[in-house]
Design a protein around this ligand. Sequence first.
Ligand SMILES: Cc1ncc(COP(=O)(O)O)c(C=O)c1O
Length: 445
Amino acid sequence: MNARLTPAPANGDLDAFWMPYTANRQFKANPRLLARAEGMHYWTADGREILDGVAGLWCVSAGHGRREITEAVTKQLGTMEFAPAFQMGHPIAFELANRLAKVAPPGLDRIFFTNSGSESVDTALKIAIAYHRARGAGQRVRLIGREKGYHGVGFGGMSVGGMVNNRKVFGASMLPGVDHLPHTLDIEHNGFSRGLPQWGAHLANELERLVALHDASTIAAVIVEPIAGSAGVVLPPIGYLKRLREICDKHDILLIFDEVITGFGRVGKPFASQAFDVTPDLMTTAKGLTNGAVPMGAVFAHRRIYDAFMQGPENVIELFHGYTYSAHPVACAAALATLEVYTKEGLLTRAASLAPEWENAVHSLRGLPHVLDVRNYGLIGAAELEPRAGKPGARGFEVFLKCFERGVMVRQTGDTIAMSPPLIIESKQIARIVETLGSVLRETA
Ligand SMILES: Cc1ncc(COP(=O)(O)O)c(C=O)c1O
């Protein structure tokens, strides 16, 4: 057990922290402070137990307070707290890359370390553009994202992303030369699908339209989340990702899967790429990589891409890109210990065995007040609620708040309630999350 709860700051002490992705004034008027965590639970600063239905923020896949990770981090801090990765190396960075290469989709065994999902995305976009240039196709600089996509908050990720609130303020500052595929959410055709929806593979053909518009010779890469999380869980129709892969291959366009939330077991295989049997050229990850214990991200590149850079004089840096904290030793230690836990406890595939029970549980919300759609895959679930007239997001926020008051943490985006619990979840906890959400829906206007 962690020793004690951290007391809440005295009133007024909340001002200095400009909170990310938070309604600051609303929060500070009625704060929700988490002070301790263990296993499937958080405890608030005033001692209330909260069942974690979202693995923190889709990252604490092995559950909270894992002793193995704490010990590995502590040991690394005592051995070497930092080492530069520019023109220097340290052994556990190589060990971690080798470990990751072993669980990676076929061929994606060259690993570039970052500190977050956003950095992974911007890194992958830069690698894609630089790759084409290294092959003599420097005019391929255009990037294709997708509506409703979320790829973090860097200028690259924001530009290929497709969520209006993340984009509208920064319109003129976006990367030029970016276009977007249509999203794949269609409740009319696919409402209440169990698992992947049947309808919509043809939406991938829109890529051919963009190729016809811009010409393939200008396009570097297409980036999509295999399952979009932040937009409220949007699933790929059956056959959609395969079709995207075929079109990319036909036109020599790189395919990037953003697996920041789907990576490391969330969908019942180590990566969604393996679950859907479609291998991208680049894959971005973060979150589950260290069980959320230390910030870290990783871009998995196909060996062919890495090899394309390995030319010219050997004393010249092949890719002018990197972060001071790329392959930070403490993060590497956390990631190695995390992978060990995942492997020992079968967590990279456990979601597959829980998926039928999870699916039944979340689909039991069908028919409850306000529920327009229920979506699920692996250990991901979402209930889309009807928005209140003229007040988008208000009902979703109220539901999120009431669930929290009743001891269950879910995630709200607009009027969609998303659930992505730690992969160690047990049946009674699945039931508790869904029953709590169900009872809140019944009582919400
Ligand atoms: C698919 C995807 N990409 C990128 C990111 C950004 O990651 P980070 O917040 O670590 O920068 C997220 C975060 O939720 C994400 O879901």
